[in-house]
Ligand binder design. Structure first.
Ligand code: HEC
Ligand code: HEC
Ligand code: HEC
Ligand code: HEC
Ligand code: HEC
Ligand code: HEC
Ligand code: HEC
Ligand code: HEC
Length: 491
């Protein structure tokens, strides 16, 4: 090779490297003009609200109008972004520097020097509207340094920049507060000046940089899913620790099948407020056909109720087996054991692993978190009678496909609901059937069924998109049967 050629190649190489090194963070605002739809979606997801700097005595700001009611067996709870007031001991928002979260599970606070505020009543939990302790204060302290920035901000760096000098409590610095566009797509100044320089669509920062626990720079998977100890500061707990979706998925067959988070998730949309963050295609039933359980259909429990129960916890326990985040193992272990009997207690330092198979790391959930969340009066021994091959065997063990013996109009499910719910009914003989919905003052709202049907089990959906919140009545009538029930719409 001629020297001049080598020289040119070197120059081109250096220039290329220099230009990629020179990429800077421009901020999510700069993407809005050309990608307004994606910007809107992202703006109502949790990602931008991970940390907010407070200004002019104003409290933290969240997207308006979001609210969601969840029904899990006997547990019903409502979430809505927001924090009612500053934590205990702080008279006004003026005394708070930054707020972390507050979008769906909880909020924590930094003082005006950037230290995390700890102690009694320093964490606000959204599903229960309760103030709780965030970390036991070591004697004489009410704060500790903020090192959480690497997953909560965009362009995080351990080096302090001049803008961060006023905050001794913050260990590093960042380019933008919250998980902005460039947290996933990388610094995009080249793209702004010339859109044909495309930022990576995937792979810059995978979801698992943040949605997995204890990944160092080496980023080696240790097939570890952490379980909260039986007691934390003398409060009894349980539950999978939060932000372990990546660890759980690595212990599942979905990972072995090369699925990734974006197989199911739209990365720009929220799942908490049902804003389309879970893709409708492919969904579970695209890939797994014929999985409706005989005698225990979708009206009783959906695929995610059993396979992704709320067994992970960031804020509060809402019942012994229900918290606010879903498990991402999918597999259900059918042995009659509880989760506490499924932990590797030989591991030091209080960290416990769940059913780890040394070769593949495959793991799963026990029947307590899977079935007893709804069947609250039963135990794992009861559940284990049905769990093996449940999709083939079904749950009505005695009379699998028998003709029903009595009329029945079931309670709608879910209830309360928004905006749609399902009503089951049973006919022991062929009948002309009518099911009407009325307002509480007796005005006819809708007719769900008006037809001649043969004996059997039926279900109908009722959609209340155009109705206002309140109690409604539904009535089933045949020649030999009539029954009225109440249902509650909460928008
Ligand atoms: C001046 C308008 C403009 C701005 C500002 C802009 N983009 Fe783009 N972006 C485009 C266009 C046009 C395309 C499509 C390019 C193509 O397909 O040839 C694109 C494509 C993309 C893609 C897809 C790349 C691919 O492989 O399909 C990503 C990711 C992206 N932009 C991210 C961003 C981010 C992040 C920002 C803000 C930092 C941003 N864009 C700001 C115009 C813009
Ligand atoms: C949590 C990570 C994450 C954040 C934050 C994020 N994106 Fe994306 N974005 C992705 C991933 C992953 C894809 C690829 C999606 C796919 O292939 O299905 C993508 C795809 C895109 C595309 C290609 C078109 C499309 O819809 O697939 C554009 C354009 C884009 N993002 C722009 C933006 C802009 C602008 C923002 C900020 C308003 C943003 N992204 C924030 C992860 C993210
Ligand atoms: C390894 C990345 C990572 C680190 C480090 C991290 N977090 Fe998070 N955090 C997340 C992710 C991902 C979520 C959301 C998903 C989840 O909770 O499972 C989250 C959620 C939260 C929430 C709830 C947000 C809401 O809107 O309800 C708070 C509050 C929070 N983290 C505070 C902290 C604090 C305080 C620290 C430092 C002591 C910290 N985090 C360190 C990744 C991280
Ligand atoms: C097979 C589909 C699927 C895959 C793959 C998947 N998720 Fe999910 N994820 C869901 C569903 C469905 C929900 C909502 C569950 C609910 O509403 O109870 C969810 C909820 C979440 C939530 C909200 C909090 C919670 O835990 O309920 C986070 C965060 C999340 N997923 C992150 C991830 C990450 C990160 C990955 C990749 C490591 C991933 N998910 C892979 C289907 C999936
Ligand atoms: C830079 C770190 C980071 C990356 C990368 C990241 N996340 Fe997150 N994610 C977070 C944090 C922090 C939260 C908690 C924010 C909140 O909701 O207050 C969160 C929350 C979520 C939530 C729950 C909030 C909601 O609005 O539904 C989902 C779902 C989610 N992430 C999915 C993903 C997916 C899918 C990817 C990859 C395409 C991804 N995240 C990449 C840090 C990250
Ligand atoms: C894109 C296709 C696809 C989607 C979507 C999908 N799965 Fe899977 N699932 C697979 C594949 C492939 C396997 C592995 C099959 C095997 O190895 O035998 C699998 C395995 C499973 C297993 C068996 C796990 C084990 O370790 O035995 C369960 C349970 C499961 N999926 C449930 C679900 C649920 C629930 C959903 C919806 C939230 C879902 N899947 C969505 C493709 C998918
Ligand atoms: C009532 C709880 C429940 C519901 C609802 C449920 N499953 Fe399952 N599923 C189980 C249990 C328990 C097992 C374990 C059976 C075994 O290992 O013998 C299982 C096993 C599986 C498997 C792996 C074994 C197999 O049969 O291939 C897949 C895949 C699966 N379910 C998909 C789904 C899908 C898709 C849905 C929604 C249509 C769904 N499940 C709804 C409880 C449930
Ligand atoms: C989301 C709630 C929910 C989950 C999760 C759930 N079920 Fe059910 N199940 C119901 C409802 C509702 C009924 C019908 C009413 C009743 O009798 O309790 C039912 C009925 C049954 C029945 C027949 C009636 C009875 O009580 O004998 C069996 C057996 C059963 N479920 C087993 C299971 C098993 C095993 C699991 C876990 C693999 C499970 N269920 C998970 C809601 C649930």
């Amino acid at each position: 090779m001629k020297l001049i050629q080598l020289f040119l190649i070197t120059i081109i190489f250096l220039a290329f490297n220099w230009s990629s090194l020179a990429q800077t963070y421009v901020g999510s605002q700069a993407c809005q003009t050309c990608h307004s739809g994606i910007h809107n979606d992202w703006n109502t997801s949790g990602h931008p609200y991970k940390i907010q700097k407070l200004e002019n005595g104003q409290g933290p700001q969240y997207p308006a109008g979001l609210t969601s009611t969840k029904v899990i067996g006997p547990v019903t709870y409502t979430i809505q972004p927001g924090v009612p007031q500053p934590p205990k001991g702080f008279a006004s928002w003026q005394e708070i520097g930054f707020v972390m979260g507050g979008y769906h599970s909880n909020a924590r606070f930094l003082n005006t020097q950037g230290y995390i505020i700890i102690g009694d009543s320093t964490q606000y939990n959204i599903p229960t509207n309760k103030w709780v302790r965030y970390i036991q204060s070591p004697p004489g302290t009410q704060q500790y340094a903020y090192s959480c920035y690497k997953c909560h901000t965009t362009g995080a760096s351990p080096t302090k920049t001049p803008a961060f000098e006023p905050y001794p409590g913050i260990e590093g610095s960042w380019a933008e507060a919250g998980v902005g566009c460039e947290a996933c797509h990388g610094p995009a100044s080249d793209h702004i000046s010339n859109p044909t320089n495309k930022p990576p669509k995937d792979g810059y920062a995978t979801c698992n940089n943040c949605h997995a626990r204890d990944r160092g720079t080496q980023y080696t998977w240790n097939y570890r899913v952490e379980w909260l100890p039986t007691t934390v500061q003398s409060v009894s707990t349980g539950f999978i620790r939060h932000r372990e979706q990546g660890d759980m998925m690595y212990a599942s067959k979905h990972h072995l099948a090369n699925m990734t988070c974006k197989t199911c998730h739209n990365p720009h949309k929220s799942v908490y407020y049902e804003l389309g963050g879970i893709k409708t295609s492919p969904n579970c039933e695209t890939c797994h056909t014929n999985k409706i359980i005989p005698g225990h259909g979708n009206d009783k429990a959906t695929c995610t109720d059993c396979h992704m129960p709320n067994a992970a916890r960031n804020a509060d326990a809402l019942s012994p087996y229900v918290s606010e985040q879903s498990a991402h193992f999918w597999k259900i272990l059918t042995d009659p054991i509880t989760m506490f009997e499924n932990l590797d207690t030989t591991v030091a330092s209080g960290k416990k692993f769940i059913n780890v198979d040394g070769t593949t790391g495959l793991s799963g959930l026990t029947l307590d978190y899977t079935c007893l969340q709804c069947h609250v009066t039963q135990d794992v021994i009861w559940a284990a009678q049905y769990a093996d091959n449940i999709h083939d065997n079904g749950v009505s063990v005695e009379d699998g496909n028998d003709i029903p013996t009595a009329y029945h109009l079931a309670q709608n499910y879910p209830n309360p609901f928004n905006p749609s719910t399902r009503i089951d009914f049973v006919l022991p003989e062929a009948s002309q059937v009518k099911i009407d919905v009325f307002s509480i003052s007796g005005e006819l709202i809708a007719t769900l069924v008006d037809e001649y049907l043969i004996a059997g089990y039926y279900q109908r959906d009722f959609n209340a998109d155009n109705l206002t919140s309140g109690v409604y009545l539904y009535r089933m009538t045949t020649d030999n049967f009539s029954k009225v029930k109440k249902m509650t719409l909460i928008k």
